[in-house]
Ligand binder design. Structure first.
Ligand code: NAP
Length: 276
């Protein structure tokens, strides 16, 4: 396997490790030799991931944490540093999605997404930097989204939180420029995870997205590995997918036309895949 032993004895902390992309990432880092800290709220799911890691001969530490609680995030880092002697890599994967049109977006739903996708990621980044800067080394990977580069319906509120996370990350990158700590962005398209399964309950999302087009979490794992290993600044999944954003900066109206064409095509494909 290409990445076998690539992260031997590194201490890797993954948030969102109880499910989907975070789970796949944690298991893959462990398989590549890392000691992984599994961070999310649900202990039973984390225990299951830890058992999977152990069964494959890897090492995992379960640290149940709500990332929206700044104090809990500080305690989490303290626990991992005590157990692993430090933190070399942080993957900010925890996230939530509540789909729906902007016209009826509820403040509670936007608030819930902001608390995890923006504030939670910020608390983790700040704790990571406070630890990594004095050590003179470290990599932080923020899992944002292609929906954080281009607003799409019915994901308006979610897009807003991911745009915010990207802005925060770009600003941090400039603060860290030339220093030993690196922050990278991974921007996935639609990935086959429980988050997307749940989004399929929303009629607008269901009408838009053909499930056969969803990518496997391993695509995102590869992007995260490459970001850490080669200190990449930004990786889209699939690679190159954020090109529309460049077009949008030059010609917003033309980009809107392309998006509408893509929406219509996807709706047609989604209908076909449901047999409609
Ligand atoms: N799937 C996609 O198509 C897609 C596309 C682009 C970007 N992303 C991003 O990729 C990341 C992972 O998404 P996914 O698809 O793997 O979703 P998922 O399967 O629903 O997993 C989300 C993870 O976030 C954790 N989480 C949620 N709230 C939390 C909190 N307050 N504190 C700690 N952990 C929390 C969940 O754990 P607990 O519930 O146990 O706390 C879970 O482990 C997210 O940031 C998402 O926005 C996903």
């Amino acid at each position: 396997m290409a990445w076998a032993d690539a992260f031997r004895d590194q201490s890797v902390l993954v948030t969102g490790a109880s499910s989907g992309i975070g789970r796949a990432t944690a298991v893959a880092f462990a398989a590549a030799g890392a000691r992984v800290a599994l961070v999310a709220r649900r202990r039973p799911q984390l225990d299951e991931v830890a058992a999977e890691v152990a069964a494959a001969g890897g090492r995992a530490l379960v640290v149940p944490t709500d990332v929206t609680d700044r104090g809990a995030v500080a305690d989490c880092f303290a626990t991992v540093v005590r157990a692993h002697g430090g933190v070399d890599v942080v993957v900010n994967g925890a996230g939530v999605l509540v789909p729906g049109p902007v016209a009826t977006l509820r403040d509670d739903d936007l608030d819930a997404m902001l608390r995890v996708n923006l504030f939670g990621a910020l608390f983790v980044m700040q704790e990571a930097m406070a630890h990594m800067r004095p050590r003179g080394a470290g990599v932080i990977v923020n899992v944002a989204s292609l929906a954080g580069r281009r607003g799409v319906s019915p994901l308006g509120g979610y897009c807003a939180t991911k745009f915010a996370l990207i802005g925060l990350t770009e600003a941090l990158r400039s603060e860290l420029h030339g220093g030993p700590v690196h922050v990278g962005l991974v921007l996935p398209g639609v990935i086959d995870t429980p988050m997307v399964d749940a989004a399929m309950q929303d009629p607008d999302f269901l009408a838009l997205w053909p499930p056969a087009l969803s990518m496997a979490p391993s695509w995102v794992v590869w992007a995260i590995f490459a970001t850490v290993r080669f200190r990449l600044v930004e990786v889209s999944v699939p690679p190159g997918a954020a090109t529309l954003e460049k077009l949008g900066a030059l010609a917003p109206g033309l980009a809107d036309t392309v998006v509408e064409w893509a929406r219509t095509t996807l709706q047609w494909m989604a209908g076909r895949s449901r047999g409609a």
